[in-house]
Ligand binder design. Structure first.
Ligand code: ZN
Length: 388
């Protein structure tokens, strides 16, 4: 009886949808396909506290030394590793994937010198408020400390995980233990691997090695794992569980800046670019992701400038509100480095993630900012377009 009714209802619904010009997939209607979008998976990747200056102009020469940059490498090696006279060569040397692939196939917001501003709206420009703004879509003045505790706001990750077709397919991998609070582990029920959390249960030899390294590695910050550990665990999870919505948080860039080591900031930033490329290539080799995956790469806050202030961020370091946002995927027109456009904000990222999956986050979180402009353009040749 129940099955028969369900069958008749489905037939009726199919008829209605077909009449409206849409078509229905054999097993389920995907919201994005209904809207002519090809994205079925979204990955938000956030290296902590990477300045727009490095993204758009590469290494800063005044900091490639021991005195201002705190480098342990000699200046000749620093220049070889990170300096080119031409700005396009220099930024590509630091971020080869961003400039070699994302800028060719996607978009980059936030080059202030080219008339593209991307800013945080939380007014404080440090980590927890920034991550909250990214994933909840609102700058929340209540969140005034990294030790704030469990996030009262609904994040787009928690919301998506509550939808039947995405339940259990939303995950968080990050170096910083505080993401357990930012994504409200208790309430959200998300799969969160953040900070030093040795794996339990059935362990592969690779898991056992990682657990041993968790226990024996001297960390710069006990609450912040090194990026390479998170990368290894995250790639294993992607291959095994194939999440459809994934957050990846990398921490070293901020920690090395606070430590006054510009050489290590640059080294970590370049390695993050390689990690992003590695994840992109891994996903493109898997049927679940190939041609159906959008990456958004951004940062939680900027930093100050000048010979000292590059190390810090927040209210006392002007410029910390300036960020950058990169987007690449099958629904994003290849507009490259954006120039002379209206400002965008960090708060727009949350609704953008949902929009790529054909959903409106602002139905659940009315205060969330609108999706980023111009990054979603349903392809006229997409398989199930509603467009004529
Ligand atoms: Zn910081």
């Amino acid at each position: 009886m129940f099955r028969a009714c369900t069958g008749r209802l489905l037939t009726l619904l199919s008829g209605l949808l077909l009449a409206a010009g849409a078509s229905i997939a054999a097993d389920s209607v995907t919201n994005s396909a209904q809207q002519g979008l090809r994205t079925e998976n979204v990955v938000l990747i956030v290296p902590d506290g990477v300045r727009w200056q490095e993204v758009f102009t590469g290494a800063e020469k005044a900091l490639l030394n021991d005195k201002e940059g705190g480098s342990w490498l000699d200046e000749k090696t620093l220049l070889e590793n990170f300096w080119r006279d031409d700005v396009a060569d220099r930024r590509r040397l630091l971020f080869p994937f961003l400039w070699g692939t994302v800028a060719q196939q996607g978009q980059l917001f936030g080059n202030k010198a080219a008339g593209s501003s991307a800013q945080v709206t939380n007014g404080v420009a440090f980590s927890y408020p920034g991550y909250n703004e990214l994933v909840a879509g609102i700058g929340d003045p209540r969140i005034d400390s990294n030790e704030f505790g469990p996030n009262p706001n609904l994040t787009v990750f928690e919301w998506l995980n509550g939808q039947p077709d995405l339940r259990g397919r939303v995950a968080v991998y990050a170096t910083w233990g505080t993401f357990g609070d930012i994504f409200n582990r208790e309430r959200s029920g998300l799969h969160i691997q953040a900070g030093v959390r040795p794996k339990t249960g059935k362990l592969t030899p690779r898991d056992e090695l990682l657990n041993e390294l968790y226990a024996t590695t001297t960390l710069l910050d006990a609450n912040d794992l090194y990026n390479s550990f998170t990368q290894a665990a995250m790639l294993d999870y992607v291959k095994e569980a194939q999440p459809r919505v994934l957050f990846v948080g990398y921490g070293e860039t901020d920690s090395w800046a606070h430590s006054g080591r510009y050489d290590l900031v640059l080294t970590a930033a370049r390695q993050v670019d390689r990690f992003v490329e590695q994840l992109w290539n891994t996903m493109q080799s898997m049927p679940q992701y190939r041609g159906k995956t959008t990456f958004i790469v951004t940062t939680d806050h900027g930093r100050g400038s000048g010979p000292v202030d590059w190390k810090e961020h927040g209210m006392d370091s002007p410029g910390s509100e300036d960020i950058w946002i990169a987007v690449i995927g099958p629904d994003t027109p290849a507009l490259g480095e954006r120039r002379d456009i209206p400002p965008v904000t960090q708060a727009q990222v949350a609704a953008t993630i949902a929009a790529f999956l054909g959903r409106d986050f602002r139905k659940a979180q009315p205060q969330a900012a609108a999706p980023l402009p111009d990054v979603l353009a349903p392809a006229p040749h997409a398989g199930r377009s509603q467009r004529p």
